[in-house]
Design a protein around this ligand. Structure first.
Ligand code: SF4
Length: 311
């Protein structure tokens, strides 16, 4: 059982035990903003994929506890190979990342030998090793805009993010047919209903949503972009079309504003697998560890570093 639904005392006790063990292990705890609120609260850093990758690259801790999903912990292991990287629940994966394999990508590259391959960070290390440059939803526009005009582009695995990038940059791209199960299931009808219920609210949409939903938005950006926009905006009510975990930073940073989820379905089950208990166990046992074999790591690192140099 997770800490969700448990009492305040239990959360406080587990948090104190984690903080103590974190010091003993010289560990840093990184948490994605889609994590449970109590996990975000115990973290040293919270953020989106790009921010967490940057933290992993520069931390001087001995241990990185990655509260996110498998590809994120792999990226930390690629960027900081001398550190011990722990993923509190090793089954926390990303269905979108699983929609492209290195083998399938190698086959596609044979059919597009001139293409520059851009891989969203939501991919395995083996896929990153087969691409030219990575991107996140924060920097995808910048990454694609940096590519030579005379080369075709293969963008993977998120067709929705790729569609948004094509419309914003004007660059044609071949899109892998992957998608995020959580964002892609949001429908136009649900967004229309949310608009009718809250006509005064601005609609904030993540580009992993379907193009028809993205087209309805008042503002489209990565999770961090959406949070910053809502916090800084003079407006005070927003419909949120991304994973529900962002309500924690939104309501913490802008407690006087009103946030309405576009749908109750916007919950990523994999992101919710990390609990305070599992974080504590991982620090006690120093397991499960995430490692990446050296030949794959070196190639994947080059793709990540090309992205980080632009970020
Ligand atoms: S929210 Fe979507 S892209 Fe992110 S981990 Fe969950 S399934 Fe993967």
């Amino acid at each position: 059982m997770g800490a969700q639904g448990t009492d305040v005392e239990t959360i406080a006790r587990l948090t104190a035990e984690i903080n103590q063990l974190k010091k003993e292990r010289r560990a840093v705890l990184l948490a994605h903003v889609y994590q449970r609120p109590e996990v975000q609260e115990v973290a040293d850093f919270t953020g989106d994929s790009l921010q967490l990758a940057q933290q992993a690259a520069k931390t001087d801790a001995d241990v990185i506890v990655f509260c996110g999903v498998h590809f994120m912990a792999e990226s930390a292991a690629i960027l900081a190979p001398e550190k011990t990287v722990l993923l509190p629940d090793q089954h926390a994966g990303c269905p979108m990342a699983d929609m492209v394999t290195a083998e399938a990508l190698v086959q596609k590259k044979k059919a597009m030998p001139d293409a520059v391959v851009v891989a969203y960070v939501n991919t395995s290390a083996a896929v990153k090793a087969e691409c030219d440059i990575c991107c996140t939803s924060s920097n995808a526009l910048k990454v694609v805009a940096s590519l030579p005009e005379d080369r075709p582009i293969l963008f993977l695995p998120d067709r929705n993010l790729g569609d948004w990038v094509m419309k914003r940059t004007g660059r044609a791209m071949t899109l892998w047919p992957g998608y995020c199960n959580t964002h892609d299931r949001l429908t136009v009808a649900e967004v229309q209903a949310a608009r009718e219920a809250h006509p005064e609210a601005e609609l904030l949409v993540h580009p992993e949503c379907q193009p028809e939903v993205v087209a309805m938005a008042d503002f489209v950006a990565s999770t961090t972009g959406l949070i910053n926009y809502a916090v800084q905006s003079p407006k005070d009510s927003f419909i949120v079309a991304t994973e529900a975990g962002v309500l924690h930073p939104l309501t913490t940073q802008a407690p006087h504003k009103h946030f309405y989820m576009a749908s109750s379905k916007l919950i990523c089950p994999n992101m919710k697998m990390t609990t305070l208990e599992k974080i504590l166990w991982s620090l006690q046992d120093m397991e499960p560890r995430i490692t990446v074999d050296a030949p794959i790591r070196e190639k994947a690192l080059a793709s990540l570093e090309r992205m980080l140099a632009l970020a």
